[in-house]
Design a protein around this ligand. Structure first.
Ligand SMILES: [Zn+2]
Length: 80
């Protein structure tokens, strides 16, 4: 049988609860960052009118619902 003094028991329980709090806050931050990254990936900005829309499709070219312009998704630095 494990013999613990009251001080050791208190120290262990406080230490374990602190580890649990740190662990769950890390999980929460990680899942929050994941959701934010996913949401940012879906957002597309129209190059003509700067209208921001969440687009669920995976098409390379999307049409702006505001002005109807064709936009290329992703990092497109062309000037045309
Ligand atoms: Zn537009």
């Amino acid at each position: 049988m494990i013999e613990l003094t009251l001080t050791e028991l208190a120290a262990w329980s406080i230490g374990a609860s602190m580890i649990l709090v740190v662990f769950f806050s890390w999980i929460s931050r990680w899942s929050n960052a994941n959701a934010e990254r996913r949401s940012l990936r879906r957002k597309v900005t129209c190059r003509l009118c700067l209208f921001v829309v969440e687009d669920e499709t995976r098409d390379r070219i999307f049409q702006c619902p505001h002005c109807g312009a064709q936009n290329v998704r992703g990092r497109n630095r062309s000037l045309g």
